[in-house]
Design a protein around this ligand. Structure first.
Ligand code: DX5
Ligand code: ZN
Length: 210
């Protein structure tokens, strides 16, 4: 299982948090971007994100919690991210957004809120590289893991096997050394406050990898 670290909720300021993540063996930096529309909180201006991550070393996994994700892709492509993930609930133009991300040679992720029926993503499964299952309601770090998320993971794994598909499955929200035991079959676990609210990031990551 790979580990992607979200710097959204941390004891340190953002730049310092990113530096600390860079020193660990985490696989990705998870970049949460919120527009104050799709979710209540707003945390990004595009220029600030580009500046903050301009000298990143680890691969980036961008999670867009925004309406109209299409309009941000061109600018975000400058960061050369590995993945850009957007929400199925955030746009009517899902196929167009997928194509726009692909245009820049970036892998495509599709995410869904905890209450969205998993079958809604069926038409897109063959078109994407990653499905990001939200295990909390998107919008903030530090929330509790919704325990039924493990059933969603198993359901999606079954759908993937039955249809001979190859997308990866990631999960985001409330993942710590206890809840990770419920989702051992994940390809990528996103974890934020469990790592970034500690003073030893690598030790926390080691606990997730146990
Ligand atoms: C939630 C974000 C998550 C969050 C994870 O809206 O998408 O990536 O930062 O943080 P924790 O692990 O604290 O739930
Ligand atoms: Zn996220």
């Amino acid at each position: 299982m790979k580990i992607s670290v979200s710097y959204l909720t941390s004891n340190y300021e953002k730049k310092q948090t990113i530096k600390l993540i860079e020193k660990t063996n985490a696989d990705y930096i998870h970049v949460d971007l919120m527009d104050g529309g799709f979710v209540e909180h707003k945390n990004f201006k595009i220029e600030e994100v580009l500046a903050l991550l301009s000298d990143h070393q680890k691969p980036l996994d961008i999670h867009l919690m925004v309406f109209d994700p299409l309009i941000y892709i061109k600018e975000l492509a400058k960061l050369n991210p590995s993945y850009i993930t957007f929400h199925i609930e955030a746009t009517k133009d899902i196929v167009g957004t997928i194509k726009e991300i692909r245009k820049y040679g970036i892998k495509v992720g599709l995410s869904l809120r905890p209450n969205t029926d998993i079958h809604e993503i069926m038409p897109y499964l063959a078109l994407v590289d990653l499905i990001l299952i939200m295990s909390v309601n998107p919008g903030a770090g530090g929330q509790s893991f919704i325990s039924t998320s493990s059933d969603r993971l198993e359901e999606l794994r079954k759908i993937r096997a039955e249809n001979n598909l190859s997308f990866l499955i990631a999960m985001d929200g409330g993942i710590n050394n206890e809840t990770i035991k419920l989702v051992k079959d994940l390809d990528i676990a996103v974890s934020g406050s469990f790592i970034c609210k500690s003073t030893n990031y690598q030790a926390q990551i080691d606990k997730l990898r146990e």
